[in-house]
Design a protein around this ligand. Structure first.
Ligand code: SAM
Length: 327
């Protein structure tokens, strides 16, 4: 399908990250503060009919990839039912999900049956005590969720590790060995200053350029490519099947190839992860806008997509939490 969503910088938008809730059953230190309660109210969340309508219009405009995220998407009631509906939409050929895996043991099979093709799982440490300190949760649930997901047919699973100075930077080699043994793909991510985690994120920042140099002492890193259209730069670890991706929003941004926008649970269309620009789709949806009107609104939004984030020059500029837009 022809893509009608090309922004002023010539970037075709073919990918929507769809946040289905801003709530989460973990409290990762870089994402949601402990005790945080200021969540959106469920009646402001788009319901499944509204989500289906918005995504079908994106599909008509040329978007073909949807990633379901959150908050934690598995805490949204009946999420596989939504997946089922989205997977039936014309134009949507790639449906994936990002999760912390805490509830994958119960939901992996239903998600696979409903049409999720690929999953990404956040995992920053393999040490139970450290996992508790970073997320307030239990590592065994995540490891179990990963096993169940693999048995349900998700393969390879992508592991996302946010690398933080003096918190888990000593585990990058361990995570590589774990992913080799388990057959997962691994992606390292730099901490971004979003929400009120801004200044702390700067303190915890660990450059992935440094991590790569460190890994090159121990492994052979062969440049590799992996389909998915995301921002990771991939390498294969010599002598193994493991692919390792580096996502470097801070040390080497990739805004010039940005192909995505983000829809929050409460129906706001965010045009850049690192900027505050957004367009309210919920109010027009609830005021009876027709599909042509929705198309016009989305095209006008894309025409306002910022050129790039300013995490380095303006840390703390984005005050919303990552759980609102789903990373
Ligand atoms: N709960 C799901 C998960 O764990 O994947 C989806 C939402 S979560 C916000 C998406 C991703 O954003 C996770 O991999 C998380 O580690 C990452 N993330 C959250 N805050 C971040 C930050 N300040 N810097 C870098 N990555 C962050």
């Amino acid at each position: 399908m022809a893509n009608s969503l090309v922004d002023p910088f010539g970037r075709a938008i073919e990918y929507v990250r769809l946040s289905v809730t801003d709530r989460c059953d973990l409290r990762c230190v870089y994402c949601l503060p402990k005790g945080y309660k200021d969540f959106a109210e469920p009646d402001t969340w788009l319901d499944f009919d509204e989500i289906e309508r918005v995504i079908s219009v994106f599909g008509r405009l040329g978007v073909n990839r949807i990633r379901i995220t959150g908050g934690e998407p598995l805490v949204r009631h009946n999420i596989s039912h939504l997946v089922n509906r989205l997977s039936a939409l014309e134009g949507i050929s790639d449906l994936s999900l990002s999760t912390n895996a805490v509830q994958l043991n119960k939901q992996a099979a239903a998600l696979k049956d409903a049409g999720i093709q690929r999953i990404n799982v956040s995992l920053d440490t393999l040490k139970p005590e450290r996992f508790k300190a970073i997320t307030s949760g239990h590592l065994d649930k995540v490891l179990n969720g990963l096993q169940v997901a693999r048995r349900a047919g998700f393969s390879p699973i992508k592991i996302n590790m946010v690398v933080m100075k003096d918190i888990n930077d000593d585990e990058i080699e361990d995570m590589i060995e774990f992913c080799i043994a388990e057959g997962h793909t691994l992606r390292f991510i730099e901490t971004m200053p979003v929400g009120n985690t801004g200044s702390k994120a700067t303190d915890r920042y660990y450059s992935l350029a440094k991590a790569k140099e460190r890994l090159e002492q121990k492994y052979t890193l062969l440049p590799s490519s992996l389909s998915g259209g995301g921002p990771a730069r991939y390498y294969q670890i010599g002598g193994t099947d493991l692919r390792v991706g580096f996502i470097t929003p801070m040390s080497q941004h990739f805004c010039e190839t940005c192909n995505r926008v983000r829809l929050s649970a409460d129906g706001m269309l965010y045009l850049c992860l690192g900027q505050n620009d957004m367009v309210d789709l919920r109010t027009p949806l609830r005021s009876g806008i027709d599909n042509d009107g929705l198309e016009q609104l989305i095209m006008a939004a894309i025409a306002r997509k910022p050129e790039r984030h300013e995490f380095n020059t303006q840390p703390g500029h984005v005050v919303r939490f990552m759980s609102q837009t789903g990373g």
